[in-house]
Design a protein around this ligand. Sequence first.
Ligand code: ADP
Length: 986
Amino acid sequence: MLSQEVLLKQRAEILHALCSSGSSEHLERVVDMLLAQGELGWEDYQNVLVPGRTLYCNARQLLDLVYTKGAESCGLFFAAVKQVLPEAQGAGLFSSEFPSSSDDREKPQRTFTEALLTQRPSLISKLQGCLDGVLAALVESGHFSSSDCDGVQLPIHTPSQQARRLLDHVRSKGESAAAVVLQYVEHTQESRPNLEETSPTLNKEFVKYRKKLSSSVSAQSRFLSTYGGTSHMPLDDIYTDLHLELPNSSGDDYKSFDFEDIFGPVGTVNEDADTVLVSGEAGSGKSTWLQRLHLLWAQGVGLQNFVLLFPFSCRRLNSEQRDLSVKELLFQHCCWPDREQEEIFQFILDHPNLVLFTFDGLDELKQNLVDEHIICCPNQQAPVHVLLFNLIQGSLMKGVRKVVTSRPEAVGPGLKKHLQKEVHLKGFSPSGINCFVRKHHNDPNEAAKVLESLQANTALLGLCHIPVLCWIVSQCHKELLGCGEGSLQTVTDVYLMILQHFFQHHSTFKGAVGVNWLQQNLGTVLRLGQLALEGILNSSYVFSVTDLETCSLTESDICMGFLIQTKNMSLVHSICYEFLHITMQCFFAAIYTILSSNTGRSVIPKLFELHEMKKRSLSSACFYLPCANEHTISEDHSTTAESPNLQITATFASGLLSQRYRKLWFHCSSSVLLEKKAKQAAKCLSKGMQQHFKSIPQPVQGEKKSMHAMPEFVWLIKCIYEMQETRIAKDAMSKLEVDHLKLTYCNIGPVECTALAFVLQHLKNPVGIQLDNNSVGDVGVEQLLPCMHVCNSLYLRNNNITDESIRKLIDKVIHLDNFRKIALFNNRLTDACTQHFSYLLKTKQNFLSLRLGNNNITAEGAKQLAEGLKFNNSLQYLGLWGNKIGDEGAKALASALQNGNSIVWISLVGNGVGSAGAIALSNIIRNSTSLEELWLTENCITRTGVESLTQALKHNDHVKSVWLKNNDLSSAEVEKLQKTESRLVF
Ligand code: ADP
């Protein structure tokens, strides 16, 4: 097909791919490439990227332009788009017929300004790391004034936009300015590590060692470690981008966090620290992410600022019993230099900035990391956990960069203060799920069927945001497609599916009639279960052959594939085993807990014990770690057997004890015993809930009773969901009497939303549900719908929500009498959602508050909202802070609101509103009997606009204040205007 035809045919998809993230970065990068290739001229550039115009309009303009330029332009455009889009978004957009474009045109440049243009794409990426330095050089050489610098570094621009502004500005300053920039960038690149130059000690041996280390890292990271080597899946083929986020992130941080960004300035909280923590729940992809980082380095395609990379697994380090020095740790655990060990170690000591250490699974370390034994000397020997703590906190080998991964709960404040930054790993985004499933299945039809069945079962789709579950679902696609829509709902369902899958995969004979697959494999299940439970209680994740023998595991049990072979560092050549994944170990431990009669009465209550209260008393520890020695959970087990693993085990136990599975266990355990355990579990959950409710403080008189949930509350909710028993959910909610449920910063994603809705729908009275600062996303919003009838206010600030889920949400709440308020500050909404809010406003005449601040709403969106507002008589609060509605949008809103008499508070802060908008808004002041506050801070209103507002205020004494800080007014004007009207706030 001709590229022009493709452009027309796929116009909608291309626009979506370029713009749906809400960020203009993709579009701007495409424009950069076309500029560099000479396909676009400067005039085109200005016609395409018009400030203040919507992203979609700009993208359409570009499409029209390349279309009119002809087939060759379209081809280059496609090549640029392909290169710019993340894999997940580009997947399926175009076939391979459009080659990737090369970043910079290769033909020689005659002038510096020409070079600036042809190298634009790569310069923009290089400049981001050294913008301050380049600006200083330009100022020093007299090409830039300080106001030029301010213009470049406006904080509203992203680092790449700042780099573009710099290049555009330099272009207008001529040849010598361009030369300064090119020379500076070239010099910075040169000062990056160059082995031959950076170290005089660097000789052939070092190069050999580096090669040896990198081929060992490459060998360890080339294949995905799951599925016991039965399927050698190259990481390059299966790796799918993960969603990483900074704690307290603002909307901009939703951009995908590149591997290189990990060490960059974004998100840094402690500049003196060298350690970055990547935290995430079990199965969220931490090890795989780190494995990818290792592979990129070993393949020479990423992180090349580091000359040496030493990867460690904390799980394996547990088996190191000796005291070691750093040198021994590096060389014995990672890679042994065949010669010149001293020189090589000296190089490491002399060049810490060229070295990277990674520690996977800090939460699996057996010993506590405590601040008690400080060592600074790299030759001093110490136990591994002491070395680790000193390395992480920087007393040892200061300057060496470290990346550690851990589950979030495991890292205490004692360690956190030594972190450069923490990044949260949130698993797959919705497009990531799509991409992973397609990569996992060679047959596109099969992938399409799996994706279709996920779309039909949003609870399962929610689970697939967790990569390990996405992997299981893909692995078990036959079972998935065979078991009918909607039958898989819980994590337990998914793990039972893989259990069955493995057994059927290995079983050659069909069992006797009437004997189910579990009964047939009960021995194996119990033996693996015993091993798993003992491991969880002792924080053991690596098992020796003797451990296996103690639990009577046979060769054929091992062959089932749930255990994989691993290396044990301290016992050279000894074979050890670990479960496919920690969650699989928890699952087996849970099966053993419910089926075995040997576990004792206390095991269920101990599994469900609340750990948070105890943990808080130990909050000064750097790291919360287990130290159980007994094979039962001992009474003095304070914080010990690692609470996250016990909690996961308890969640599975809840699921397995559900009535739904009684039939499955029928011949596997005594039904009386099972019933007893199920009752015990239900009682523990109810008790746990009570404990939470009791901690709710009595409200101050006149205020609403509010409960701020702890993360353990969410865990209890998840256990109840796994049980899938309405009775238990009803019972749990019957005693909760609050007006407002606060679940901010609770790590709530789609899976948690499903569980919350299942339980909260049984609340007796409507409440405000506050889910700010979580990762609810569109799938999560959909999962929450079943509990909307008990929700009077929904707060979803900062939750990565796009227009996609808004329609469904509004379709649901529009008919619910209680639902009165919604706050969606700092999400990824655009004009596309405003028609739905407009419909809500038109239809729902008791709706009180709509807050859509810090999204991407422009004048078009404001016009849509105005359509709804014209017919609404109830809205009191309208928040549009930090959008881009401009004068046109303000005029539309003003015209809709000027005759209404409900609005009390309006915020149009930071919306590019000028005097024309302010004059229009004066009409609301003039006519409204309800308005009390109008926020117009950070706009571009001039004196004319303020005078109009002042005039209007003369007719209105209800309005308390009009906020006008940071507008286009001189201090003399402010002084004068302030005197005319005291309610104006400047
Ligand atoms: P964690 O270390 O957080 O427990 P893992 O990295 O072990 O999680 O991930 C569990 C499984 O999920 C992996 O074995 C793999 O099958 C799948 N997985 C995780 N991350 C990715 C990814 N980025 N791309 C593809 N598959 C992934």
